[in-house]
Write a protein that binds this ligand. Sequence first.
Ligand code: NOJ
Length: 801
Amino acid sequence: MEYGYFDDQNREYVITNPKTPVKWINYVGTLAFGGIVDHTGGALICRNDPALNRITKYIPQLPSSSFKGTTLYLRLKEAEGQYRIFSPYFVPTLDAYDRYECRVGLGYTRICHEFAGIRTEATIFMPMSAEQVVRDIRITNTTGDPVCLDVIPVVEYTHPDALKQFTNADWVPQTMQSKALRQPGDEVILIQYPFMNRDRQVNFFTSNWPVSSFETDRARFLGDNEYGTWAQPLALQQPELGDYEALRGDNIAALMHHLDEVHPGETARLITQLGQTGNIVEALPSIERYRDPAQVDAALDELAAFWDVYLGRLQVQTPSASMDRMVNVYNARQCHTTLNWSRYLSLYQLGLGARGIGFRDSSQDAMGIVSSMPGTSKAMIQKLLHVQRRDGSAYHQFNPLSMVASEGDAGEEGEIKYYSDDHLWAVLATCAYLKETGDLTFLDEVIPYYDQDGEDQTIESGTVLDHLWRGLEFTTSHLGQHGLPLAGFADWNDSTNLPPGAESLFTANLYGVALRELIELAWHLDNEALAARLEEDYRAMRDRVNECAWDGEWYVRYFDPRGEPLGSVRCEHGQIYTNGQSWPVLSGFAPPERALCALDAVREHLNTPNGIKLSTPGFNGFDPEKGGVTTYPPGTKENGGIFLHANPWVMIAETMVGRGGQAFEYYDQINPAAKNDVIDEFECEPYAYPQNILADEHPQFGLARNSWLSGTASWCYQAATKYILGIRPTYEGLCIDPCIPTGWDRFQVRRVFRDAVYEIEVLNPDGVSKGVRSVSLDGTPIEGNVAPVLVGTHQIRVVMG
Ligand code: NOJ
């Protein structure tokens, strides 16, 4: 089946069949206000936190045909008292349509629909300078006769405490209330709130047309004690809605608008707004503003301008159209999504409070967005460092609204209350920010550690640089029997939970990468003594890794508390791990011959046409000594599944050993855009990386899940731009060090770096994979391959060879 296509010119993916294998979504707004819009108009909207301040009731586990959060009904009067009711969103009425198209755009979704001679075009988005989700709905009569048409947009609310909605079916409905505020032009603002919040914040739903009637109670809208359905709400069989202001119950907001006569060819434009405010009177000017179609047009233009600037900071033109599509639009946009939503709110991560913002996740997300929005990246790093403990370890996650941090699963399940890797990711993120911006003053900024005394007062603060040192110290003070970092509750692979005393090779290598970053920084700060000390630490860990972790053809992944390796040819399950091989290359710990051997082992044992598996063979049965990973069947997620996040690390490692063809092959084979042709197997959106794909041990090999919120976004973007195309910020300038397929004869990059625009053309006349023969800046040859920090626009010409 085909479900859609890429419209590259408009930077949209166009869904042409609403019956996609699973719901496909888009994101509107930001975590500050916004959420998910699915391709049949449903929406999960929240403000600041989906767990503590959720607005619409969207239950992803319900069947795709079900109403979810919002919809729109149109009603044609056929005879006195007889109506034809349908939804231009397809769901929930599911009528056959003459045309359906959902354009998934940058920060907006546009659903176009035709049925019974009525063409509807609904654009759903969040203006940049407001906190209201706007739906700009244009309705055109394409018949030859005038029509009488009613337009009824509907929202269903949830209790803001999203989990409570599902755990208490007495208290929640007893607290929910709605009121109508009729305005001079007969517009209506429906106000909705839980009793406890009535003086603090209310939700509102309104439109720009006169409203003849409204409903705020779901039972009354559906009718017949809720044996009426969303597909055929009984209230819509009546000329008017009940004008009922709910004082309890399942609250909705439904507005009845009559368009008494729409002439042939005429287009009517209804604009709805869903928002939240502390004071409805204060919100009136903003509400008034977005009732004006000209202001809505301007807001859409402003949104487009934001994305032009965001994407414009890095644009590429390579021999691979699908790489261009991802780098220039979809991957860059997904980095924005992950930075905002971390692993908190998607159709798979349900935002019910269990996760929040992840320390390691958001550190990596901060690296994905740093070239496009360095300031946003910095703000995230500041928050992350604030949830670091004084001992240098980090809390695994925190709630974005309350800033309350927790240990995540380690707190609930583990005897060990920390993850061994979290704190080290902050070093990588901070150094990426420093190299991108040159803003070394950030190192001196003072940020409190999370620990507080009995009076909720900060006990200690430290500069950013102190925070980074503390992180290193935590690692070096938690070593195991081989002198390798203890694994903690888990390392990056958070479902492998070995007993206390186990050691992690991943964390050893991540520590190596962090040290390398800090050595580079120490040299840049002219601190020779510090650099020398860090180099010594680096060599010590490197030697330990090479002494104990080489298994003959590859590196092992862990040692258990008895000193037995996991990720060894001697193991029955989990003989080889992808991260076990890529990370010793990224850290530089692997000597050249071992690096090649380890990467060859990945190709031989772990690669599949759908991507690289995380390990093989998968465990087959629960083993409490291995932890959560053994709860999954073989071939799924971390248990031998294709865990996409780990794929770009292999790509980067391949570029480090100079094999650009192999790196690109790994890049290309997981490009979601290429899945458009096998979508019934893949099932998820072809315009976003998923987290996982079932691997060849599983009968449904190729099936993707957990789309959107994955570190895959940040790392694929980095692999493509910094390593394959090789455009890497350094403290001194912009390094150009490509590692590409030998068949590529040229590529171009436009990169905004600090205060300059670099228009880079790379030529590859000899068909090499790596190596720069000459670089010229505005026509003048320069030494080396680092373009200096400049202002203005400059032409860089690079010849490989
Ligand atoms: C998803 C989590 O969000 C991420 O933090 C973790 O590294 C991977 N799963 C692997 O376990």
